[in-house]
Design a protein around this ligand. Structure first.
Ligand code: SF4
Length: 453
């Protein structure tokens, strides 16, 4: 046991062992020297077997396949991001998916708020994600992706297949997370713990029903607390550290006085973390609901509960989707024509994550489409091509990097003023993912190469 811990936790370079750095930096250097198109794909094809052989010395064969694909895809993505390519050979490393478009709550500012619905500000219809549709998304991107976040605007727990989707993602060796109100009556806590889920954000902004319900309209705090108890008990019964449970408290003027009481309740219930976050201003929807001036903070109650826990990196070794990984390993990335490096600005979403709602609509980022926001870039069930290279994705990448506007209809990115850097699955996920797989092998220098872009 002691030997195993040394092998997996102490940086391998300290005991003259091998880390991933030499191989990863060599591939990165070769990519830097080539044109990023066909030459880059040839570099990856040549590197594949060598990198796989290196991985196989420390990991099971299926794990080595997955790690090789994910590492090469990250290096290619980083290279194409830096050159501001419009057409990508690299696949998105983060998948953001709504298992359900519906929600029974009606929080101010959300697509589900009655006032927002009556004003028709967003184009957001109810839908439930089918297993077939999610499997199609995984066929395209699952072997290459680092993580999947199962929530955007819907309540994921309303889809009874959500635990199945999580398990499918884990069988492609991905990190998985979701955000939920937990205010749902039919909740199978054990199914979520057994699904392999890594992280669960619990959106609870109050310690009493009257305060909590002012923002979480229609939410039932008693039900939420019962569901937390069921989750904590299921983790204990099944002997699992995951999912990490993080109580997210959005601090408003009306609830700030309950922050400390809520934190005490969270600790008592056995939640792992308590986060105080500053919300967006939603007073345009409900003038009574205003953000509070408090400091964002994170309180950790259980030090051993990690965002990506090593024991949950590969929770189903016997059920890994080896066929999908082997097929992807046997294929090359598809090169577009080489593109000259462009020094222009860009949006990280367009290179790193892909977003799909429960109806299969492909969005470029976590924003909701609306009558004056063209954000439906493709549909998964469309022409069978690569939705990450939809015509609108390519056009948006070109415009942001400096291409002239046509004067006709352009994707919303052409006039977007939102944050272009904060993606849902980003550097933190890449770093913690590889650390969870083998913190000794993926040392700091390797992680910087993979995550720093
Ligand atoms: S530019 Fe704006 S609309 Fe386009 S993907 Fe980025 S954040 Fe979304």
């Amino acid at each position: 046991m002691f030997g195993f811990l040394i092998h997996r936790l102490v940086p391998a370079s300290l005991y003259a062992g091998q880390t991933a750095f030499a191989s990863v930096s060599e591939i990165d250097e070769q990519l830097r020297r080539c044109d990023g198109g066909g030459e880059a794909i040839a570099v990856l094809d040549r590197a594949k077997l060598h990198l796989y052989a290196l991985m196989e010395r420390r990991f099971r064969p299926a794990e080595a396949l997955a790690l090789t694909l994910k590492i090469l895809n990250l290096l290619l993505g980083r290279r194409q991001f830096r050159a501001r390519y419009a057409t990508l050979a690299a696949k998105p490393f983060g998948l953001v998916v709504d298992p359900s478009n519906a929600c029974r709550l009606a929080c101010p500012g959300c697509v589900h708020s009655p006032r927002v619905e009556s004003l028709k500000l967003f184009d957001w219809a109810p839908a439930t994600l089918s297993q077939d549709r999610f499997a199609r998304l995984l066929r395209l991107y699952g072997p290459y992706a680092i993580g999947a976040y199962f929530c955007n605007y819907g309540e994921p727990l309303l889809n009874r297949r959500a635990p199945t989707f999580i398990r499918m993602a884990k069988c492609h060796l991905m990190w998985t997370g979701l955000s939920t109100s937990l205010s749902v009556e039919r909740f199978d806590a054990e199914a979520y713990v057994e699904s392999g889920l890594d992280f669960m954000a619990l959106s609870i902004d109050g310690a009493t029903q009257s305060v909590y319900g002012r923002y979480r309209r229609n939410g039932n705090l008693q039900l939420v607390l019962e569901n937390i108890r069921a989750l904590v008990e299921a983790k204990r019964r099944l002997g699992r550290r995951a999912p990490l449970l993080c109580w997210n408290f959005l601090a408003f003027e009306h609830n700030r006085h309950e922050i400390d009481v809520a934190a005490r309740i969270a600790r008592k219930l056995g939640v792992d973390q308590f986060r105080v976050a500053i919300p967006f201003d939603v007073s345009w929807d409900d003038p009574e609901i205003r953000p509070a001036r408090v400091r964002p903070a994170l309180r950790r109650f259980h030090r051993l509960s990690l965002f990506s826990h090593p024991s949950n990196w590969n929770p189903f070794p016997e059920a890994i989707n080896e066929g999908a990984l082997a097929r992807a390993f046997g294929n090359s990335w598809t090169a577009g024509a080489p593109e000259p490096p462009n020094p222009g600005a860009t949006c990280h979403w367009l290179y790193k994550n892909i977003v799909m709602d429960a109806a299969g609509r492909i969005l470029p980022c976590c924003s909701a489409p609306g009558p004056d926001r063209d954000l439906v870039f493709a549909t998964l069930d469309g022409d069978g091509g690569d939705p990450f290279n939809s015509a609108k994705h390519r056009r948006a990448r070109s415009i942001l990097a400096g291409a002239a506007l046509s004067g006709g209809n352009e994707p919303h990115c052409a006039r977007c003023e939102w944050d272009h850097t904060a993606v849902n699955i980003g550097a933190r996920h890449i770093t913690s993912y590889f650390r969870a797989s083998d913190a000794a092998f993926f040392d700091g220098r390797s992680l910087r190469l993979l995550a720093d872009w």
